[in-house]
Design a protein around this ligand. Structure first.
Ligand code: UD1
Length: 336
């Protein structure tokens, strides 16, 4: 790489995954130079559009150091992680290994290479079950599963490294990310999906016989769980806003990524049914262990700090884009 390319390259770890690939697309469209590092354990080669893909693990320090050096990386966006909550309960060390230890190794490489800024994918799972169902960034952090703990430990490493003169960072705490690229180029291809909107789309299209509503006796308006669903394109935009903020010299910060209001499971099913033109088949089942009744972002801080403005705060739009992508995917994978 010559002198000119030694500026402003962004390394996106996990850029072949659901959220990472949508961020890569927006970065490339904005004219950024991007290189993706992904081990393809859950990501897809064809989801990386317009950027070089290096297949490898983010915990591999020799590889990461080489990529940072050869590409002149000054910014890292770190998505690579395992994200399935029940899996984290069953195999916690895998989560502390893949999420926490790998992040630690990545951060060491970033420090040594003089990376200037980091945008980190954190999660609302760091809050556990917040009192009243709404979480502000200063709500006490009390994760209730290893996935949430693994993300919180990564936040702490970022904080402590920045305080010691390491890269400045924005940690984004995602709420319930859903929907797909509005232009239909990429989407959520995750196999054995567990997330509600995708599962509902699979049930609508007959890829699984029905959806299970987990719990109808919550203290919510219709008895089902309420979540803050954010369109993946709006979430991706927040990463570009965070990049601009850091480049302008912004101080390290942690921000919720949600719209600030929620929908119930039944409302999500109704929206997917409207998008499909027929009701989604479902059965009512007992509560799923570890599910809070309600989890909604207080999102004033991201709006104030980054000037972030959602463009797709519309459950029907989320459902339409998710369903459009689901129609394109082959039904080869057994869904449950
Ligand atoms: C969980 C995590 C979140 C993590 C995300 C991705 C918690 C509290 N949340 O989100 O941090 O980022 O997974 O792994 O740990 N539901 C059904 N039927 C289904 C699927 C879901 O009724 O088949 C309901 C759930 O009970 C819940 C809502 O739909 O009320 C959303 O569930 P889901 O999409 O799985 O996401 P979370 O559990 O909220």
């Amino acid at each position: 790489m010559g002198e000119h390319t030694a500026q402003h390259t962004i390394l996106v770890t996990g850029g072949a995954g659901y959220i990472g690939s949508h961020v890569v697309l927006q970065l490339v469209e904005a004219g950024e130079r991007v290189v993706v590092l992904d081990d393809l354990s859950t990501g897809f080669r064809e989801a990386v559009l317009g950027a070089e893909l290096i297949v490898g693990n983010v915990g591999d320090q020799a590889l990461v150091a080489r990529v940072l050096h050869d590409h002149g990386v000054d910014t890292v966006m770190h998505f690579a992680a395992r994200t399935i909550v029940p899996e984290s309960v069953a195999d916690p060390l895998r989560y502390y290994g893949n999420n926490t230890c790998a992040t630690r190794n990545l951060l060491e490489c970033c420090r040594d290479a003089g990376v200037k800024q980091i945008v980190f994918s954190s999660s609302a799972a760091v809050y556990g079950i917040p009192p009243g169902g709404a979480a502000r960034e200063d709500t006490p952090l009390a994760p209730i599963n290893p996935y949430g703990s693994s993300k919180l430990m990564s936040e702490w490493m970022l904080r402590d490294l920045a305080a010691a003169g390491g890269p400045r960072y924005v940690a984004l705490r995602y709420f319930n990310v859903a929907g797909c690229d509005p232009e239909g180029r990429i989407g959520q291809s995750t196999k054995k999906a567990t997330l509600l909107v995708k599962v509902a789309c699979e049930a609508a299209l007959g890829k699984r016989p029905r959806l299970s509503i987990f719990g109808t006796d919550y203290p919510t308006p219709d008895g089902t769980g309420v979540r803050d669903y954010i369109h993946v394109a709006d979430l991706a935009r927040a990463h570009l806003d965070a990049l601009r903020y850091l480049r302008d010299g912004g101080a390290s910060t942690t921000l919720n990524c949600g719209y600030g209001h929620g929908y119930s499971v039944r409302e999500v099913l109704a929206a997917v049914g409207r998008a499909h033109g027929a009701p989604v088949p479902y059965v009512e089942e007992p509560r799923r262990a570890g599910d809070p009744p309600s989890l909604i972002a207080v999102s004033d801080k991201i709006r104030d700090t980054l000037g972030w403005q959602p463009r797709h705060d519309d459950l029907d739009f989320i459902a339409r884009t998710a369903l459009a992508w689901e129609r394109r995917l082959p039904a080869s994978e057994p869904a449950s």
